[in-house]
Design a protein around this ligand. Sequence first.
Ligand SMILES: *Cc1c(COP(=O)(O)O)cnc(C)c1O
Length: 497
Amino acid sequence: MLYYSTRDRGNYATASRVILKGLAPDGGLFVPAENIKNLFKENLPTGNYQELAVNIFSQFLGDFSLPEIQFAVSAAYNFNTFENPAITPLSQVSEQTFSLELWHGPTSAFKDIALQVLPHLLTTAALKSGEKKEYVILTATSGDTGKSALEGFRDVPGVKIMVYFPEKGVSDIQKLQMTTQEGKNVHVIAVRGNFDDTQTGVKQIFNNHNINTKLERAGYRLTSANSINWGRLLPQIVYYFYAYGELVTRGHLQEGGAVNFVVPTGNFGNILAAYYARRLGLPINRLICAANQNNVLSDFINSGQYNKNRPFYNSLSPSMDILVSSNLERLLFELSDHDSEQIQYWMELLLKNGLYCLDKKTLSKLQELFWSDYADDEETLETIAKTYRAHNYLLDPHSAVAKKVLEKYLAQENDNHLSIVLSTASPYKFTGSTIKALYDSSLFKGLSELELMKTLSQKTGIPVPKNLAELEDKQILHHQVIEPQKMPEHLQKLLLN
Ligand SMILES: *Cc1c(COP(=O)(O)O)cnc(C)c1O
């Protein structure tokens, strides 16, 4: 399988190049250049999670050998990394609704699924390139991704990872998760500023020619592990096949029958993986794209106009607080039958005016498969409470947004298909909101997040994931706080002295 860029179909790249590069040189995103339509249609892949992953990866990682793929999969998805042997267990919430739990990994967030395997794909790709470089992963994080990347890359040979987070811009638990991070190759640095300052600092390092040259000379190469890397998207295709197989195995669905997936969406990676699963032949009826109050995507899917010129809200589902969903570019490329000039045009308009409009044909293709709406904070809290009381099932705010949007869909459309809600975080990752949804919050005044976790667990009987419960006893290993302007200098000192 070869790849090319959404903005230029002239340059082909192998899977290993694509994973090493992340972004295409022309600013576009890498996508499969070959026709993948219905590759699996007559013969849906079967087996446990690991077997599915090996099977699906093998279709896409053309220049990886089978043993290389098998190694990456078993290193990523095993008893040490995931608390649940199913990896992404499927829970039944009500007769017609299921929840695919993507948060049983080492940091209790769905980013783990991709970030547990990406480091192994990356180091294998680096070996193939023949360049003897030590890769330095630079990540600015507003919460979940940083910790997930740290756990994925810790002690992976040939890699160092530096994570920068805004000192006051992450939750207490997220901060504790990062500052207690173990591993010989990890650096965790708090930045005095907000997320934008932090991200700008990282971008300045990437764009600084002088620093990059010095680092190259010293044997280092900077790279990011961000969500536009194909190596993060591919692992997410697997759990759609897994969930479908579970429904068939358990007798809820006849093989060949279609289901809906409901995805709480931010950067459009998760739901794009569902789109690719469907292209490969997985029987999917509708893809329901759930947004929070930052509803740029639901407006887009309903009107065809993408308009990022709007107020930004800090919602209770922070991982979905996004106004530009980068991975959408890949979907538009697929819907426009790989028309890279069209994509360039839309992306230029987005950059220049913050706005573009789909033509009628592309819009109707989009709407044939996708359906979208949003849920605000109040609806999110109500849904957590309602779902817990009615079904004894506890949702985190992101998953609750998806559940609420599914309810809106079912109220409007006459649809009898089973629906699977993608559950993207443990409720204990957002204990403050979860507990507030269920109980009178005046009872918990003054309690720390760690105490709130224990209280919620006592009240619901649902255990706290091990990695979160253990935080209390962990030692703080990273104390450094720096000014955003000092980030380039600090990095050089660290690596070059
Ligand atoms: C990243 C994230 C999302 C959004 O996923 P995208 O792939 O960016 O659309 C939703 N929920 C949680 C908890 C996340 O961490």
